[in-house]
Design a protein around this ligand. Structure first.
Ligand SMILES: N[C@@H](CCC(=O)N[C@@H](CS)C(=O)NCC(=O)O)C(=O)O
Length: 238
């Protein structure tokens, strides 16, 4: 049975972390909300009166009767299903720990354009966004990327993946982080990228995997935009 992925249909957003893992694992899946009547199906799973474990927000995944939400939680499940995570408990926890750290980074990247409230327009919080973004570029990007660089360097397998000796969902997620930051903050990213050679090499390595290359060239890969998490506003870059 195909996995059912539920996410807002027109933007990569957090759903992209799941698409990348599903694609890297060669999974059979349906991106439900991008299909006709799919949005209604998604809203019913969130708001329907008979759903006993409703998700708070997309993305979520249906696998048979199982309904799972929270990006890191879904990835932990898919990691086991698709062979994209270590098999030991310690390894699973380590991968999840890294993915939760990525989730923190993603939230902060979102807050660069929405530091006051998600429900307000960017135009109504531009001043705060500028201040938040300056700190994000100067302190938070280096702190997060420096951490992930260290994680790759210290991976005992010595194989230059984030976790273990094979591709995992943490690697596909780090790929997405690099892509997203480069889209949102091209100037800041260009200045900083050289400090993270292992992370940049991992990004290339993920991009060149045959299943990834095929996905990235397909219409299933959505372009970045000005409504998702990673947005480019020239005034927030530098
Ligand atoms: N921690 C959750 C965050 C989920 C989330 O914020 N989803 C966004 C789209 S990327 C949403 O639709 N949020 C609606 C809301 O927070 O009201 C995760 O990592 O999956």
């Amino acid at each position: 049975m195909a996995y059912e992925l539920y996410y807002w249909p027109s933007t990569p957003g957090r759903g992209e972390f799941l698409r990348l893992a599903l694609e890297a694992g060669g999974a059979d899946y349906v991106d439900v909300a991008r299909r006709k009547t799919g949005m209604a199906k998604m809203m019913k799973l969130m708001n329907g009166p008979r759903v006993t474990q409703p998700p708070f927000a997309p993305p979520f995944l249906k696998s048979g009767k199982l309904l799972v939400s929270q990006t890191a939680n879904i990835l932990m499940y898919l990691g086991g299903e698709l062979g994209l995570a270590p098999a030991t408990v310690a390894g699973k926890l380590w991968a999840n720990q890294l993915q939760l750290t990525i989730a923190d980074l993603v939230k902060e990247a979102h807050d660069t354009h929405h530091p006051v409230a998600t429900s307000l327009y960017y135009e109504d919080q531009k001043k705060e966004a500028k201040r938040y973004s300056e700190n994000f570029r100067k302190e938070r990007i280096p702190k997060y990327l420096g951490y992930f660089e260290k994680v790759i360097a210290r991976n005992p397998s010595g194989d230059r993946y984030a976790v273990g000796a094979r591709l995992s969902y943490v690697d596909t997620s780090l790929f997405e982080v690099i892509e997203g930051l480069n889209y949102a903050f091209p100037k800041a990213f260009a200045k900083q990228a050289k400090k993270y050679p292992l992370l940049m090499a991992l990004h290339r390595r993920v991009r060149e995997k045959p299943l990834m290359a095929a996905y990235l060239a397909s219409s299933r890969r959505l372009p970045y935009d000005q409504v998702g998490i990673f947005r480019h506003y020239a005034e927030l870059d530098g």
